[in-house]
Design a protein around this ligand. Sequence first.
Ligand code: C2E
Ligand code: CA
Ligand code: CA
Length: 518
Amino acid sequence: MWKSINTTGAWEGEIWNRRKNGEVFLEHLTITSVKDPNGVISNYVATLTDITLRKEALDKIERLAFYDSLTGLPNRRLLQDRLTQALVLSHHNGRQGALLFIDLDNFKMLNDTLGHDMGDLLLQQIAQRLESCVRKGDTVARLGGDEFVVMLENLSSYTLDTMAQTKIIGHKILTVLNQPYRLGSHDYHSTPSIGVTLFTGHEQSNEELLKQADIAMYQAKSSGRNALRFFDPKMQSSINARAVLEGDLRLAMKEQQFTIYYQPQVNQSGKIIGAEVLIRWLHPERGLISPVEFIPFAEETRLILPIGEWVLKAACSQLKSWENHEHTRFLQLAVNVSARQFHQIDFVERVCDILKLDGINPKMLKLELTESLLIDDIEDTIFKMNTLRKLGVHFSIDDFGTGYSSLSSLKKLPLDQLKIDQSFVRDISIDLDDAIIVETVIAMANKLNIQVIAEGVETEAQRIFLEKKGCQFYQGYLFGKPIPIEQFELLLKKNLPRDISKSFYTYCPAHQADDHAH
Ligand code: C2E
Ligand code: CA
Ligand code: CA
């Protein structure tokens, strides 16, 4: 202080001062020297400001910026800072560290049932328990929501030892978080899913590490929750593969790599009365890809929405081109509708728009819905189905027997058809249970005045059994596999009685040459 005053004539800084009552406080002090006309210092002027409040405000700002206000734990920003430091340190001392990504199972349900106050209480207790599981130098942070990260530092220089050490702490966290909680007047049980990744040096960025721990956490979730999983590079590659598939699917949409196959549906006398529309993907490198491989994925990524719409449009324009010929105008097309697609708010409007586009008779369109889709939101389902049914659109329940729909909910729906799942048909003659199920479904549907179609019919024995029990319609390899439109129309021609089939040539002249070749 004196040095500064002597050389520059002033000093300022913060000092601890003591009040008369003995309380210590922080003070901002400025000292300036005052000189007389001869240049000799005559006085010192000191200005004092009590800055306790300002200091408190600054501390609070820091706390808000770096700590989570609900739990008092470091937030994402501070975790990032500490992780950066930890990586530098690990690079210098060769010791490894670990990141544990912790996500509570079913936390949303707690919030929804007991309210956000109870949710907050749980998060605070979780924070305390997590802190009790780690050493002083380790970091417990809350990223937001029900996501926490524990960072362990200074573990072993050997990966196997580091894994073992981390496993011990990870399992401790699992055990401790599994203990019952008291939330207000409620006893509550909560479980976490934990994903772990190890770090050493600064080969990887903060973001990469957090992502890895997050991926491992999802693995823990999909293994059935309440579990601990270590990140494995294989997880990354399967995620990369999904990313590739997603890109490919988008491209397929843009470049129209999809095509439609038609599988005949026949009545008891073997006459083709329509077809099920089944999508195929003609991949430029991988060739023909089955929908089993990409539809579930398209559902997850919502790509099913444009894809499903494309299928519907394609089916309707096919119906349009059949409409003007007496031998094809009776054909009905069954289109599969996925849950995501059906539950879109404007599903009904979309179907109406497509029907209007071609101006086809809605009765020729049959939508296949699965049981699980129906019961998901039964009121919404009933409303949508009724609206479309009034226009004339038909409905069939796909894979019937594999879901859990109750008879009482079925009765509320405007159904035209039940489609007995192929798993029951397959074993009809060897498994008594399956035979009984099939028989019961047919009897029930007949009572409720709903059509029955059996799918996956491959043998004459199966057909005979089904016919005996009163099944009216059939689909399966016995009558025809899914085929492209040209082949389907050929099959139609063969399916007609001889004399009529001649006039069919005028409808599909393109196939004439092909037919002569046979
Ligand atoms: P699904 O709706 O149950 O379709 C019946 C599946 O069984 C078809 O497989 C069909 O080729 C096959 N199949 C038919 N008859 C027989 C038979 O006699 N024996 C055997 N073993 N199999 C038979 P595909 O075409 O591979 O379709 C699989 C699933 O993909 C469909 O099951 C459906 O859930 C879905 N899918 C197909 N196209 C579409 C679509 O346009 N939209 C939606 N959302 N899903 C579709
Ligand atoms: Ca189907
Ligand atoms: Ca089916």
